[in-house]
Design a protein around this ligand. Structure first.
Ligand code: SF4
Length: 196
């Protein structure tokens, strides 16, 4: 864990997750960025743990960013999906509330596992994500440069109608899709910096 996160905090994190369960928080979702040669040998254990605890597991493809992501071998989550489907007898599932994950679940619906595949099967075509940061910048994509500054408009006393018009114009420049593989230089921020 220390190698991936920079902290050896597993006991503290586990205590927090189990305290959340004991307090009745639901659903609890465990995100795992799956990386070949780094933690792909722990996917089965993670799935078994989540089934046992009644948590939703979401496997996420590593983005080609940061030292760990750039150095990690790409892991084909489609192959992992088929393996887990057979191993745990899972069927296609749905999860209310949208979001980028595609799900498998146990036939009784008690356990779900999601697959978030921004690289092998990107979901930009259905992306409705924009982020407004605390300094008034509206980011039109979590990782790319398209953005509109709203602070000057607000400081100039823009009316609600002017702000609405500006938001509509901003949506027009939302990128159609990312090109993280083809043009890694266009990946200008860590997604966590935007709140992805
Ligand atoms: S990369 Fe950008 S456009 Fe694609 S899904 Fe993520 S936020 Fe949306």
């Amino acid at each position: 864990m220390e190698k991936i996160t920079g902290h050896d905090s597993l006991p503290k994190i586990m205590a927090g997750i189990m305290a959340g369960k004991a307090a009745g928080l639901a659903p609890i979702k465990i995100n795992m960025v799956a990386m070949r040669g780094v933690n792909d040998d722990e996917i089965d254990d993670m799935a078994a743990f989540c089934i046992e605890q009644g948590f939703i597991l979401r496997l996420i493809e590593a983005m080609p960013m940061g030292d760990t992501g750039r150095n990690a071998g790409h892991l084909d989550l489609q192959a992992v999906k088929e393996k887990l489907r057979a191993q745990f007898g899972l069927v296609e599932g749905v999860m209310p509330g949208g979001g980028p994950a595609r799900y498998l679940q146990t036939p009784d619906g008690a356990f779900s596992i999601g697959f978030i595949t921004p690289i092998s099967q990107h979901f930009c075509g259905t992306c409705n994500r924009v982020r407004l940061s605390v300094d008034g910048t509206l980011y039109l994509c979590l990782g790319q440069e398209e953005k509109v500054e709203f602070r000057p408009l607000l400081r100039a006393g823009a009316s609600d109608q002017m702000l609405e018009d500006a938001i509509r114009q901003a949506i027009e420049i939302k990128p159609e899709r990312h090109e993280f593989r083809e043009q890694p230089a266009k990946l200008v921020r860590f997604m966590s910096a935007t709140g992805g």
